[in-house]
Design a protein around this ligand. Structure first.
Ligand code: AHG
Ligand code: MN
Ligand code: MN
Length: 341
């Protein structure tokens, strides 16, 4: 008889691996898991309760906020506030960091960066959406936390994860010792370990990119797309193209099946679209932990130093050999450019 392991049980079992005080990070992860269940309930009944549609407010990136973005943001922040382990939240939905200075949080050691609702353009059409989170340990030792506590390199993350609200709801996370996935069993209201030790295939056959922006892509990216589309039996090309438009869902599929996700710079987004602190870094950490790679085309994503909270970056991440092949294409055009100038 198989024994179900819940997220709570798993976290406690694994907390011996944490380098710092055991209970705090466990409680923080538990708080995020609880908020995820509340958001999931709302996502599931969204069509019924007229929660869909614009909230009528604009976030810092100038994008319209959907009501579920606002709702998810509130739920995660309130769970982190009442949990007492988090001193700063950095959210896509807030211009500035939120400093938590309540009595129960006065010794809190963790910083959480969050994209509460990823894939908002898919809310109205019943397509998978997600939440992305990243956890750092504060570096400053006393008083109010500093912005430098938030703007740490991705390589300093102590944990990261995502929740995918899809045909089933899953929570996938890493604390730097591999990646584990939990599926929500709605009948008992618990995330249960369903995907232990997730690894991404070294080689994949799926590429995920918004090809509508093709004319604006750098030449190296165009060359890589051409490579993916060429006929070659030995390497199983042409590859399959799959693009959902929710980063969480696209990367989750590629993590399981093998593939590469690309969001390069383009005319509309000259620095890339996705946000380094709460989209690129956590996804890069998870994929590296699963055996894949993540780059901005020049550097490893996790080695970039964020200068601003809402900083954007180009990102390419997925199966190791696909990322290497892409880098060949990018380096080739960089070399040719240098020779011309
Ligand atoms: P968000 O909904 O948090 O703003 O993120 C949307 C992001 C990401 O999920 C997705 O991969 C990307 O935007 C899609 O962008 P395009 O529509 O430009 O392809
Ligand atoms: Mn997002
Ligand atoms: Mn979002």
């Amino acid at each position: 008889m198989s024994v179900v392991k819940t997220l709570g049980q798993f976290i406690i079992e694994k907390q011996a691996d944490f380098p710092y005080a055991k209970g705090e990070l466990s409680r923080l992860l538990r708080d995020i898991g609880i908020a995820a269940k509340i958001v999931n309930r709302e996502v599931n009944k969204a069509g019924l309760v007229d929660i869909l549609g614009d909230a009528g407010t604009i976030n810092i990136q100038g994008e319209g906020q959907k009501k579920l973005d606002v709702y998810a943001n509130e739920q995660f922040i309130s769970a982190l506030r009442s949990g007492g382990e988090c001193c700063v939240v950095a959210s896509e939905e807030h211009d500035d960091c939120i400093y938590i200075e309540s009595e129960i949080s006065k010794n809190a050691k963790y910083i959480v960066a969050i994209d509460p609702l990823d894939g908002s353009s898919n809310i109205d059409v019943n397509v998978a959406i997600g939440t992305i989170f990243s956890i750092y340990r504060r570096q400053s030792t006393n008083g109010k936390a500093l912005i430098s506590d938030v703007l740490q390199k991705g390589s300093r993350q102590v944990a990261a994860g995502y929740i995918i609200y899809g045909s089933s709801t899953m929570l996938v996370y890493t604390t730097g010792k591999g990646v584990n996935g939990f599926t929500l069993d709605p009948s008992i209201g618990e995330f249960c370990l369903s995907h232990p030790n997730m690894t991404i295939p070294k080689e994949g056959h799926i590429y995920s990119i918004n090809e509508g922006n093709y004319v604006h892509f750098p030449q190296g990216v165009k060359d890589y797309i051409k490579y993916c589309q060429e006929e070659d039996v030995a390497t199983k090309r042409p590859y399959t193209s799959r693009y959902i438009g929710s980063m969480v869902a696209d990367i989750h599929r590629n993590l399981i099946k093998g593939g590469i996700f690309l969001y390069p710079v383009s005319a509309a987004y000259p620095k890339g679209k996705l946000r380094l602190v709460y989209e690129c870094n956590p996804m890069a950490f998870i994929l590296e932990q699963a055996g894949g790679g993540a780059t901005d085309g020049f550097n490893r994503i996790l080695d970039l130093t964020p200068l601003k909270l809402h900083q954007r970056s180009a990102i390419f991440l997925g199966s190791e050999l696909m990322v290497l092949k892409l880098m060949d294409c990018l380096n080739q055009t960089n070399k040719e450019k240098k020779q011309v100038s």
